[in-house]
Design a protein around this ligand. Structure first.
Ligand code: SF4
Length: 196
């Protein structure tokens, strides 16, 4: 990470391969969300200035990428709250590994997952308002809706990535009706993010 930082800066700090533009949800600064995994990971981060690598990568980073937040906003959050965040290590981990904003210089594919992965790796889903098995119903886990919507919206940029082929094969077998429902629900989540 240190070598990549010194080799790729200063342009690395401006990379935004996926052209993400959204704002970071306000609840990243309060932990006030009904999504139990995010609530715990954010409170843990704000209270201790620390979170486990997997909480950073697969919960907060994953959610920010799925909601297509501008990488500048993610960098500012990670740099601002973690006691071990020094730019040479934070920037390649956040912009590269977590947000895939460098188009694959650090990671070979975006670290995105649906709620079922979080359900397998933790006990957060058992006490959550949302249902990790649903994609677009009222109580569907937002990670699921946003995951399929992210793949749909970034298809042109990611479809040739060998490691994404299986996910795109599943997406492209879904009915048009389901894909429309996912897009509508994902837009609602992104536009009303602090209500979720
Ligand atoms: S159901 Fe979804 S939002 Fe709730 S804890 Fe599980 S992954 Fe997080």
């Amino acid at each position: 990470m240190r070598g990549m930082y010194w080799m790729l800066m200063p342009n690395y700090k401006k990379e935004n391969f996926l052209e993400n533009k959204n704002k970071l949800p306000n609840f990243f600064w309060t932990g006030e969300t009904k999504m139990n995994c995010l609530k715990n990971a954010i409170h843990n981060s704000l209270d201790n200035g620390y979170a486990h690598h997997i909480q950073r990568l697969m919960i907060t980073g994953n959610f920010a990428l799925l909601t297509q937040v501008h990488p500048d906003e993610i960098d500012a959050w990670y740099l601002g709250i973690y006691v071990d965040a020094i730019e040479w290590v934070q920037l390649p981990n956040t912009r590269g590994m977590s947000q895939f904003a460098d188009g694959g210089k650090i990671a070979t594919k975006p670290y995105v997952s649906s709620g079922s992965y979080i359900g397998k790796m933790s006990n957060y889903c058992d006490a959550c308002t949302y249902n990790k098995a649903k994609k677009f119903e009222d109580d569907a886990c937002p990670f699921n809706t946003l995951y399929w919507n992210f793949l749909e919206e970034k298809q042109e940029k990611l479809k040739t990535n060998f490691r994404m082929k299986m996910m795109y094969s599943v997406l492209n077998k879904m009915s048009n009706e389901d894909r429309i429902k996912i897009a509508e629900k994902a837009n609602h989540i992104i536009e009303n993010i602090d209500a979720y």
